[in-house]
Design a protein around this ligand. Structure first.
Ligand code: CA
Length: 348
């Protein structure tokens, strides 16, 4: 047994001993509600109104997915393509690539600002149909794409005017793809964050990324001192991230050298249904034993997994029964209400 392995075992034993962390201490931890793309269950995702609504609904963190414009500006958008949430196809006909998709990185900030954002719609099968039909109607009102900087100014402004301290959850999207296009997204994002005072673990924010090689680079080469979460998917991704390995005890130990937490999918934590039986994985236990926090994604009232009949049931499975540290949800009002009622029940 190497010294490192021995240390890992000793740390794990210490962590598991009742003296190290009592159940009461663990239960007393505040469960974090991360507004997934803002209050995206109610307003078009990643627009400033969706972020303001999530803020007012009591989210602990607001999420920003970030991609780069042609002129290297970090923009808050989930996809590296524009066509599923904007009118780009009618505004800029002919600007699509061979795959018929319109890429954010092919448009300047000035061009992106002319686009209207709408509720997400299908761009392949069921073209033009809303992905979530009961949400905000498509093509109504007026919404814009915003830069990361504009969103940080709004959140910091609200933190000043309300006296609250709502945090950022910044996902760096597709760093390997951006590099192939000749752009370094991580450096661009870290520069904006640092300029607004988000630098280390005392600052109220964390980064997220699906690409483990990039997380290592952000720590080792870019010298990032803040918190960072590894997002978990399935299989081996094109960027080299082995998502199956990262969910094992050995993989989580490797992750813990660089990351502070993981963001697994709901199905990585709990599967099955009430009739055939719920099945909890040991992922959260293994992650907690290695000092990693866990924030499963994504809790949606209108896209529930078979394990839960209501959104509140899903919150209960993840936050209480599986002991996740927080969740990503499109419905931050219901997440915040769930956490509040649970905390009040414990401390009436
Ligand atoms: Ca995200």
């Amino acid at each position: 047994m190497t010294i490192r392995n021995l240390l890992t075992v000793l740390i794990a034993v210490a962590w598991l001993s009742p003296a190290a962390v009592s159940h009461a201490q663990a239960a007393a931890r505040h469960k974090m509600i991360i507004a997934h793309r803002g209050a995206s269950g109610y307003l078009p995702e990643h627009t400033l109104p969706a972020k303001a609504m999530a803020y007012a609904m009591g989210a602990d963190f607001l999420e920003q997915d970030v991609v780069l414009s042609k002129d290297g500006i970090p923009m808050v958008l989930h996809d590296h393509q524009l066509d599923a949430v904007t009118d780009v196809a009618t505004r800029f006909p002919g600007r699509q690539r061979a795959d018929q998709r319109f890429y954010v990185i092919d448009f300047t900030l000035a061009e992106l600002k002319t686009l209207r954002v709408t509720e997400r719609f299908h761009v392949r099968h069921n073209f033009g149909q809303p992905v979530y039909p009961k949400r905000f109607p498509m093509g109504k009102s007026s919404f814009q794409i915003s830069t990361l900087e504009e969103e940080l100014q709004m959140i910091q402004g609200l933190n000043q005017s309300t006296g609250r301290d709502v945090g950022l959850s910044v996902e760096i999207k597709r760093p390997a793809w951006h590099r192939k296009q000749g752009q370094d997204i991580s450096t661009g994002v870290l520069e904006v964050l640092a300029r607004y005072g988000y630098k280390n673990k005392n600052d109220h924010f964390h980064l997220q990324c699906f690409e483990f090689p990039e997380i290592k680079r952000i720590r080792n080469e870019l010298g990032f001192q803040g918190a960072i979460f590894q997002c978990l998917g399935d299989k081996v991704a094109a960027d080299g991230t082995d998502h199956e390995f990262l969910k094992t005890a050995e993989g989580l130990a490797e992750l813990a050298k660089f990351a502070d937490g993981i963001a697994p999918a709901v199905k990585h934590v709990v599967t099955g249904d009430k009739e055939s039986g719920l099945k909890f994985s040991n992922l959260i236990k293994l992650a907690h034993e290695r000092g990693l926090k866990v924030f499963p994604y994504t809790c949606r009232a209108d896209e529930l997994p078979p394990c839960a009949a209501t959104l509140e049931e899903l919150f209960d499975l993840l936050l209480i029964r599986a002991d996740a540290d927080g969740v990503f949800t499109d419905f931050p009002d219901r997440g915040a209400a769930f956490v509040r009622s649970h905390e009040e029940a414990k401390h009436p």
